[in-house]
Design a protein around this ligand. Structure first.
Ligand code: ZN
Length: 371
């Protein structure tokens, strides 16, 4: 297959007039059948998106713990342009976590977006900043539990989220930092505590600004400590609800585009109509882009990652080239799958999205297969 008449997003992070060839599921330089042509109608070809933090969509949630839920999520994600996904678990019971990890490890990955990882959001978080996480299942950092879950998941856990101020956090970082990306999340930590965690090996921040103290001039907190840690990448929810557009622009300047990862943090109502749903067992009310608990706490988002790109580009003034990088290359690098996806390069999987000039979707391919 040759995709022609398109602007191709290159490894140099800009668009070039060109073509993309896919054979046997991989991006290649030479077409077998020169007549197998797709006309991209002057649109853009970008790498398939990689969402490393979201909970669910179209009525399904990773925490449902079923193969059907993962398939449902994978189909929807592929339909909107996400081709690789690392859905997040919530703070649920230990028993449920074991079940979810086992189901993920056994998942055959036959439809839609590829299940490439799991982002373990909780239970090692701060009760004071729990957001929509269930308080009764929050616990202190537990290396043994993490290793047992990672074994159940057959190594699929790529990110583990912790609050660095809770008991055992620093020792936890020491123990697992070489096998998983430790992310600072749902925390009350001040600058010094967060900096210590980064110096010990944490290298990621979960939904920067959300569920953590604000960045203020005498108390820079996790946000300042993350910025001061060169190898640390940070997640940002650009759905137009979680973060003010001005803060989004400032954050891109502050961290630089190499260190920003766009995530959707979407919950099960995404792709459905307004109404009452659940997240981690708690009721959530969805109206438009806004998903909240009864008390008004924001509970995940109701926006998919492709829509976050559109919001960032059209409403927030983030260049398309930058948004694409932060939703493809950077997350792929962060969870260690950049050798197979995250950019358009011969040898990588044929995971591609064709967008029209107005950023509406024209086609999505996972491993060269049209979705
Ligand atoms: Zn969260």
């Amino acid at each position: 297959m040759i995709i022609k008449n398109v602007l191709v997003y290159g490894e140099d992070e800009t668009f070039h007039q060109g073509e993309v060839i896919v054979e046997n599921g991989k991006i290649v330089t030479e077409a077998v059948d020169k007549n197998d042509v797709v006309d991209g109608q002057g649109g853009y070809v970008i790498p398939g998106l990689v969402d490393i933090h979201f909970h669910g969509c179209v009525g399904a949630d990773m925490c449902d713990g079923s193969a059907e839920a993962i398939d449902k999520i994978a189909r929807y994600e592929a339909s909107i342009g996400v081709t690789s996904m690392a859905p997040a678990t919530m703070t649920v019971s230990e028993e449920e976590l074991h079940g979810i990890m086992k189901t993920a490890a056994e998942h055959p990955n036959q439809v839609g977006a590829k299940l490439v990882g799991i982002n373990m959001e909780g239970p090692f978080i701060s009760e004071a900043k729990k957001g929509a996480q269930a308080a009764e299942h929050i616990r202190k950092c537990d290396v043994e539990l993490f290793h047992a879950l990672q074994k159940d998941a057959a190594g699929l856990i790529k990110l583990v989220d912790i609050a660095p101020e809770i008991e055992g956090a620093m020792e936890f970082i020491d123990a697992v930092k070489d096998e998983v990306a430790v992310s600072i999340a749902h925390t009350e930590a001040d600058y010094d505590t967060a900096k210590k965690a980064f110096d010990r090996g944490a290298r990621h921040v979960t939904h920067l600004y959300n569920a953590m103290p604000a960045f203020s001039h005498r108390a820079p907190g996790v946000i300042g400590a993350a910025c001061d840690t060169e190898r640390c990448r940070v997640e940002l929810i650009c759905d137009g609800v979680h973060i003010h557009p001005s803060v989004v622009r400032t954050t891109f300047q502050m961290f630089g585009s190499d260190r920003m990862i766009m995530i959707s943090d979407s919950m099960r109502a995404t792709g459905l109509t307004d109404g009452e749903y659940t997240l981690g067992g708690q009721p959530v009310f969805v109206k438009g882009n806004l998903a909240t608990l009864k008390d008004g706490t924001i509970a995940g988002s109701a926006t998919n990652l492709m829509d976050c790109i559109r919001v960032a580009v059209k409403d927030m003034g983030i260049p398309l080239e930058t948004a694409v990088k932060c939703a493809t290359m950077n997350p792929a690098k962060e969870i260690g799958i950049y050798d197979t996806c995250g950019s358009i390069l011969p040898g990588k999987d044929g995971d591609l999205v064709i967008l029209n000039q107005d950023l509406s979707l024209q086609a999505v391919y996972v491993g060269g297969v049209k979705q």
